[in-house]
Design a protein around this ligand. Structure first.
Ligand SMILES: NC(=O)c1ccc[n+]([C@@H]2O[C@H](COP(=O)([O-])OP(=O)(O)OC[C@H]3O[C@@H](n4cnc5c(N)ncnc54)[C@H](O)[C@@H]3O)[C@@H](O)[C@H]2O)c1
Length: 396
């Protein structure tokens, strides 16, 4: 028997991961699965460099996650000549500075959501990337879900008729325990908005993807847990507060409702809630049109439910369950048969595939920094509306 080595002459896109926390793992899992699931891409990632806040944490994470080199200096990482893609998984306040430096160094940029603390920063990030001709993508995870893409298709091909209204919600209870420490997520300067920026940005992105842009909004932002125990050290998800930690103020929203008007004439209602007891992870949306409606839930994302007016009197009265399968966008790479729910890490593989494909084809990825900027415009307009008590137009 002869053992023959394989030949791997695929192009490598070299990754510098900036940040080594919760999402660093998810991105790294997705890089690992990319060429198994999308072998036709013609390029593979190389986990080249990891930057984190200290020597100790950067070295530990590089070893654990499998990056070849590490640094505690993100500026070094973004300027390294052996890097093609800078992947930003830091807290929100660093997105702008790191992305702008990476763009200036001619790197493609993958940045987690929300794109930046302010819409003005997000706009500058988009303009810089566009002018530099580098490719960008924002980590809105759920847009690549086959169900979201099927919903978009059923709106675009007119199956639902005119979009009369859209409802979207993202409710979690990960932050409902008031004893959880005040991590960077609750600090205005480090996170920006609270529930609205963190999970609300996902549903604004979904509404934009499926039903078109929001043009004006009316927002109500509330903070249910007004103080939390001070965090010690680099606290993240899952960290606990010291028993005697002093209470410090929560500086952004826990619960936000947004009424919106769509460019196409419809109406939207969005709910973002990070303290929703009894809703561990509840993300979904409905599109109600002149010919029918559809609904989708991330928790049951093996299906889209569809109602078409005119079919009420037929045998299949009511909502029809469209089971997602290989004939739907992005599904076939995972399973050859229908009905399997794709997990959050798998959605990240789709996101990275989209960025790689755009780099290889030399075209814009989706959702790029322009899409990320337009989401931040909506978030800010909702907050301005809450402050003024008036409907507020979304600048663009
Ligand atoms: N798309 C999604 O579903 C999703 C889910 C969760 C979080 N996120 C986003 O991902 C980003 C990261 O969130 P997270 O939960 O991983 O945060 P985290 O707090 O777990 O990790 C942040 C990491 O950044 C590092 N860091 C801080 N300052 C640094 C510096 N100066 N240089 C290098 N590294 C530095 C920290 O040491 C830490 O390792 C945020 O923007 C968040 O909104 C997205």
């Amino acid at each position: 028997m002869t053992i023959t080595p394989t030949v791997d002459d695929q192009r490598r896109l070299r990754i510098a991961l900036i940040g080594a926390g919760f999402m660093a793992r998810s991105h790294t899992i997705a890089y690992g699965a990319l060429s198994t699931l999308f072998p036709e891409l013609g390029a593979k990632p190389r986990l080249e460099l990891l930057a984190d806040a200290s020597d100790e944490s950067a070295r530990e994470a590089a070893e654990r996650l499998g990056y070849a080199r590490w640094t505690a200096n993100w500026q070094e990482a973004v300027n390294d000549p052996n890097i093609d893609i800078v992947d930003i998984v830091t807290p929100n306040w660093l997105h702008y500075e790191v992305a702008m430096a990476a763009i200036a160094a001619g790197k493609h940029v993958y940045c987690e959501k929300p794109l930046a603390i302010t819409a003005a920063e997000s706009k500058r990030m988009w303009e810089a990337a566009r002018d530099a001709g580098v490719r960008t993508i924002v980590g809105f995870s759920y847009l690549g879900n086959p169900g979201v893409q099927l919903a978009k298709q059923l709106v675009e091909d007119g199956t639902l008729g005119d979009v009369w209204s859209v409802k979207a919600h993202f409710v979690v209870d990960a932050n409902a325990d008031p004893r959880l420490p005040r991590t960077w997520h609750y600090e205005r300067a480090k996170a920006g908005l609270g529930a609205l920026g963190d999970i609300g940005s996902h549903i604004v992105a979904i509404v934009h993807e499926v039903a078109g842009p929001l043009t004006s909004v009316f927002g109500e932002l509330a903070t249910a847990v007004k103080e939390r125990p001070e965090a010690v050290g680099a606290a993240s998800y899952g960290s606990t507060a010291a028993a005697d930690a002093p209470l410090v103020p929560v500086e952004n929203d826990d619960i936000t409702f947004v009424l919106g008007r769509l460019a196409g004439g419809g109406t939207a209602v969005l709910e973002a809630n990070r303290v929703g007891n009894g809703h561990p992870f509840d993300l979904g949306f409905e599109v109600l049109g002149s010919k029918g409606s559809l609904r989708f839930s991330q928790q049951e994302s093996y299906k889209v439910e569809l109602f078409l007016r005119g079919q009420e009197a037929q045998v299949f009265q009511g909502n029809t369950v469209l089971t997602l399968g290989p004939q739907h966008p992005n599904y076939g790479a995972f399973w050859p048969f229908p009905g399997v729910t794709l997990g959050l890490h798998e959605l990240k593989v789709i996101e990275i595939r989209n960025l790689f494909q755009a780099i290889l084809d030399d075209r814009e990825a989706s959702p790029n920094f322009e899409a990320g900027w337009r989401v931040t415009e909506v978030l800010e307009a909702a907050e301005r509306s809450c402050d003024s008590g008036a409907w507020t137009s979304v600048e663009a």
